[in-house]
Design a protein around this ligand. Structure first.
Ligand SMILES: Nc1nc2c(c(=O)[nH]1)N[C@H]1C(S)=C(S)[C@@H](COP(=O)(O)OP(=O)(O)OC[C@H]3O[C@@H](n4cnc5c(N)ncnc54)[C@H](O)[C@@H]3O)O[C@H]1N2
Ligand code: MOO
Length: 411
């Protein structure tokens, strides 16, 4: 398609910069129980109100001793037994030690814990130690992981399982999170039919809104479904207005190109402003960004792969900005081609590929044989993109290329 290589297209980086500079976080927040916080974005920094661990405690089942006693006494008297959860009553005096379990508080006077495998119990009820003992081992000191007042997690973080556990370990049972971004989705096209219905001549099953809904749920958004909208300016106008009244972001797939039934741009021009139009990426050249009366608008190219890739590369950063989420850039790596790759220089291309690790630990990548933007099965089969910049031509087997692994969203 000669038009795909037309000059004057905007680069992905320029487009992203331009889009993100216009968006600002929605800033609404709510308090929710920790049990519901997985995947939500923290609205404020979380500071610890306690030291973690709260007290010096044993890392082993064994004996809490005073190291200096080990050279002075052959046998030590066991003066108490301390289990995890016990409050300590007695200090360790010279010639004494305490039987102690993992997680139990270390008594005053003790400065090391010897694991029980290195101890011998005598007939006299006393204990002696076999191995050379290092001072200050096997004790987890108060505050060594987190000190009271430390910032544990920062605003903008999307909470994951370990974070939830960390907050729980600090006694926190409620967190302030950013409100879910409300996203309206619609699929435009006269040819589209919802799955489950009979297919007539010329029709295809609608899949883009299903993909978008699944991705948006994973991103923690509230999804407002507008179903299938025909290629008709009046129907689009009504749908856009309706969506605009309910959502922070309206996403429409299809109808953003230059065909006779592509009305997105016209309607967006009427109701709001079009911010962007054509991008130098493949797939995903036609992409509309704009503003409706109350909400932002993203018009994604209808080809199923183009919809997914523009969503992944452009809409995800938009949603993160609106949600107040701060994330490091996605990891890009170098991988060796297992076969030749056919390619015409032009737009920045996202080829779907499978990345694996070879026996000698090298990252290998195999581009899928077919790369058409209508082939949604390529997104299902792939686990990574090969990123090919505009200047790169065909490449031979063994060459290194840049890959971007599908993150938790796509995989
Ligand atoms: N003369 C030109 N034609 C096209 C150009 C161009 O530059 N000049 N660009 C091509 C590219 S690249 C893309 S991508 C598509 C994008 O077109 P639209 O956004 O207008 O999308 P549609 O025409 O509505 O649909 C494209 C294709 O995808 C199928 N589709 C649409 N929606 C869905 C859906 N919800 N579920 C499943 N499949 C869907 C649709 O039936 C079409 O086959 O334009 C090229 N044309
Ligand atoms: O190449 Mo189009 O941009 O998405 O199919």
């Amino acid at each position: 398609m000669a038009s795909c290589d037309a000059p004057g297209l905007q680069t992905l980086d320029e487009a992203l910069e331009q889009i993100l500079s216009q968006l600002s976080p929605l800033h609404e927040q709510e308090w929710i129980p920790l049990s519901q916080a997985d995947g939500r974005v923290l609205a404020a920094d979380v500071q610890s109100c306690l030291d973690l661990p709260p007290a010096d405690n044993s890392a082993m089942d064994g004996y809490a001793v005073r190291v200096e006693d080990l050279t002075e006494f052959d046998w030590l008297t066991i003066n108490q037994r301390i289990l995890a959860g016990d409050a300590i009553t007695q200090p360790i005096l010279p010639g004494e030690c305490a039987r102690i379990m993992t997680g139990a508080m270390v008594p005053e006077g003790a400065d090391t814990v010897i694991m029980q495998e290195d101890a011998e119990l005598g007939d006299n009820g006393k204990v002696r130690f076999l191995a050379a003992v290092k001072p200050a081992v096997n004790i987890r000191h108060r505050g060594e992981e987190i000190a009271s007042g430390d910032t544990v997690l920062s605003a903008g973080r999307r909470l994951r399982a370990a974070d939830i556990g960390l907050l729980a370990s600090l006694g926190i049972d409620r967190v302030a999170v950013c409100c879910r971004v409300r996203v309206a989705i619609m699929a435009t096209g006269n040819e589209l039919v919802a799955p489950g219905q009979a297919l007539q001549a010329g029709q295809i099953y609608e899949s883009n809104s299903q993909v978008l809904a699944a991705l948006l749920v994973r991103l923690g958004c509230t999804v407002i479904h507008f179903g299938i909208v025909p290629d008709d300016p009046q129907a689009l106008r009504l749908a856009y207005q309706n969506a605009d009244n309910q959502a922070d972001l309206v996403i429409a797939s299809g109808g953003v190109s230059v065909g006779e039934a592509d009305f997105s741009k016209q309607v967006l021009d009427e109701l709001g402003q079009v911010g962007l139009w054509k991008l130098a990426i493949k797939p995903g050249k036609p992409f509309a960004f704009g503003r409706l009366a109350n909400s932002w608008f993203a018009g994604l190219p209808g080809n199923p792969v183009s919809t997914m890739i523009t969503f992944d590369q452009l809409v995800v950063p938009m949603l993160k900005k609106l949600a107040g989420e701060k994330t490091p850039p996605r990891l890009k790596m170098r991988a060796r081609l297992t076969c030749g790759l056919r390619r015409r220089p032009g737009r920045l291309e996202f080829q779907r590929a499978v990345v694996s690790t070879t026996a000698d630990g090298i990252l290998a990548v195999t581009p899928l044989a077919r790369q058409g933007s209508a082939l949604l099965s390529t997104m299902a089969e792939a686990n990574a993109y090969i990123l090919l910049d505009g200047d790169t031509a065909s490449l031979e087997e063994g060459k290194y290329v840049q890959v971007e692994l599908f993150d938790g969203l796509l995989s």
